[in-house]
Design a protein around this ligand. Structure first.
Ligand SMILES: CSC[C@H]1O[C@H](OP(=O)(O)O)[C@H](O)[C@@H]1O
Length: 344
């Protein structure tokens, strides 16, 4: 079952509500841009590639919901809805990229009906492209893993962060598919536990050996020689840094200290070579995410928190970036069309 897709019969967007996993597998089906925006902000649908798909379909839903408006009002309404979607999560480039790609396609049309049809086609194209590129990322990355290895991963960069297969977990799945003996250590990834709730769920379902560890155990296990490689996803990659779930930088520093390869798996479209680290907003999330877990109060009232959703890892700590175009190695500068530095 795909993480997010278009239900042609009901003309609705449908996606797995990841806040309910692993206890319940519940899907959301909606035509509402507001409901989708709320779902993105609550991480019902999450993960950079999945956000790109969600953003694209969000523009299509906007076109559908404003069909009764005349062209000028229609354009204003769709642009307004796109801005609302864009504001839900500022760090992952894929959300903005998906929204802008479908919005540009829709606004080239002369009528609301034509705009909706074009937007839906473009959003569906993004969905299918994501499936293909995750498999390419997996195939390229699988070559980098030893025949028998233990891989540490952080957060969830699996099928649940994409349409299917995954980026970091796509590398694991592709390596297993070609016969490699891969075990995974999945960092729980506080505060929302994407690693324990989602990555462990995915790998257990695929019969891929997985153990969940506290985020704070990773350095200890690296020092004990229990980790052969680290593979993580990315939300944005600028020429100077990888933006990924908070805690990624900690793993990169420790991997470097222990001479463990540190790989980032991401679509080439995640590279944002036009900006630098200091240009990008890191999403700050609520106090509630730290103060309460499973309905249990974990902090005294009144104590403030610092809860950034992402951190940045200097590219000098990244052994290779595994993309759908091939494997990139440091220094990660603008690639020419057929750059010989890209290993395929
Ligand atoms: C395949 S990239 C997934 C990427 O997205 C996650 O963030 P979030 O769960 O807040 O959407 C995390 O950074 C993952 O590496």
């Amino acid at each position: 079952m795909r993480t997010i897709t278009w239900n042609t019969g009901s003309q609705c967007l449908t996606y797995i509500d990841q806040t309910r996993l692993p206890a319940e597998q519940v899907s959301v089906e909606t035509r509402s841009v507001t409901r989708l925006a709320d779902g993105i902000q609550r991480l019902e649908v999450r993960g950079a590639p999945a956000l790109g798909v969600a953003g694209g379909y969000g523009v299509a839903l906007s076109c559908l919901s404003h069909q009764e408006e005349m062209a000028p009002a229609f354009r204003e309404s769709v642009i307004r809805d796109a801005a609302h979607l864009r504001a839900t999560r500022p760090t992952a480039i894929n959300l903005t990229w998906g929204i802008d790609r479908v919005l540009q396609t829709a606004l080239q049309e002369n009528t609301p009906a034509a705009a909706y049809a074009a937007a839906l086609r473009e959003a569906q194209a993004i969905e299918e492209e994501d499936v293909a590129l995750c498999h390419r990322i997996g195939e390229f990355g699988a070559k980098l893993l030893p025949d028998t290895c233990t891989v540490l991963t952080h957060c969830n960069a699996g099928a649940l962060a994409c349409v299917e297969w995954g980026t970091a977990l796509g590398v694991v799945r592709s390596a297993v598919k070609v016969g490699k003996n891969v075990s995974v250590l999945s960092c729980e990834t506080r505060p929302l536990n994407q690693g324990s709730r989602l990555t462990a769920f995915e790998l257990q379902a695929d019969d891929i050996p997985v153990k969940t560890i506290p985020d704070s155990a990773a350095a200890h296990l690296m020092r004990k020689g229990m980790i052969d490689a680290v593979v993580v996803g990315a939300d944005r990659i600028t020429p100077d840094a990888v933006f990924n779930k908070i805690g990624t930088y900690m793993h990169a520093v420790c991997a470097d200290r222990h001479n463990i390869p540190f790989y980032v798996a991401a679509p080439y479209s995640t590279l944002d070579l036009s900006q630098k680290e200091s240009d990008i907003t890191i999403e700050e999330r609520s106090r509630e995410e730290l103060a309460v877990c499973g309905g249990k109060q974990l902090m005294p009232d009144g104590v403030p928190v610092v809860n950034p959703a992402f951190d940045t890892t200097p590219l000098s700590l990244v052994t290779a970036i595994i993309t759908d175009k091939g494997i990139l190695r440091y220094p990660y500068t603008e690639l020419a069309e057929h750059d010989e530095r890209v290993e395929t």
